[in-house]
Design a protein around this ligand. Sequence first.
Ligand code: PLP
Length: 394
Amino acid sequence: MPIAKKIENQLSQSSWIRKMFEEGGRLKALHGADKVYDFTLGNPTDEPPQAFHKTLKEIANAPVPGMHRYMSNAGYPETRAAIAKVLQEDSGEDLTAEHVIMTVGAGGGLNVIFKAILDQDDEVIISAPFFVEYKFYITNHGGLPVVVQSREDFQLDLEAIEKAITDKTKAIIINSPNNPTGVVYNSDSLDKLHELVERKGAQYGRTIYVISDEPYAKIVYDDVKVPPVLGHIRNSIVVTSHSKDLALPGERIGYIAVNPQIDQVALLVDGLVFCNRILGFVNAPALMQRLVAGLQRETVDVQAYQERRDMLYNHLTSIGFEMVKPDGAFYLFPKSPLEKDIDFVEAAQKHNILLVPGSGFGQPGYFRISYCVDKEMIERSLPAFTALAKELGL
Ligand code: PLP
């Protein structure tokens, strides 16, 4: 066998999103790109904000000697301080550069966290539906994913989480605004989660971390505010990136921020910085660190995403689809009108609409639409959705 059994096994369960992406390529070759409506990938078609291009030019025009060298494994102190300042303003917690570690995206950051905190067979609780990579990231580092179901409105089910906590639980992942549902968790559920991890941690005599994966935190609509997890949960570790809020997924720039009130926080940070090194990341990309330091209050055009959400939400609900209206991120997660979500996704393909089944997110019976796509493609797709709904008798 050329590859490990574990990887062979994971390959066979791996991404629906990729499968659909390949199907998209086939359909586009057959019918022409403008006749295929691809809603599968969370890869923004929008460009980064103007401020990004301006800063990029400034840096390129005035290169600083040494700017391409290795650095501290935690990243540049100036960038970490700029991020800490914004986090402090938003959460009220006393963060400094010491609490921030620059990472290779949120995906790299999550791997660093799990590497640093998990002993063999430690459990990590995930709420379904969830970002599919979580399971792989946890098992990469000897952990065991424990999946609990969210409530019907896709808010956290705190009772289910409590039942899932054991003496092996090391962390609970939350993701708000959520991929795939777009749901934002409110302050009240964060306060209750804080109370829960404190109580259960005391019962089992160990720290239970809440890992808040929040790459969509700045993509929210209708004046919804995402409550700062650092301000609500003492044992919180935030991990995020600029893949979505600055539309830079290919540049692989993100960070981890730890709550200064965590017990033995300096040791936790040492562990995280060491793991950034030994996972082979060494440090986050240098040029991007310089760039994002001054862009912490910048975002892509969120209003443009809101228009796309409204266009799809209004049309789909008017023709009979049911869904929770998302407050953030750039996904819709409607109920599948057919019992099997995979059958529904296949029916949609016949209308050249590419979607991802909820099964790909641990939530059969639903499907995901990613609307970080051109507005014109959404407009062109609406009659195809109407024809699909008619065919299914909605
Ligand atoms: N977490 C969630 C919920 C995501 O949706 C994604 C990417 O789609 C990531 C993490 C990984 O993002 P990054 O590009 O920063 O690694």
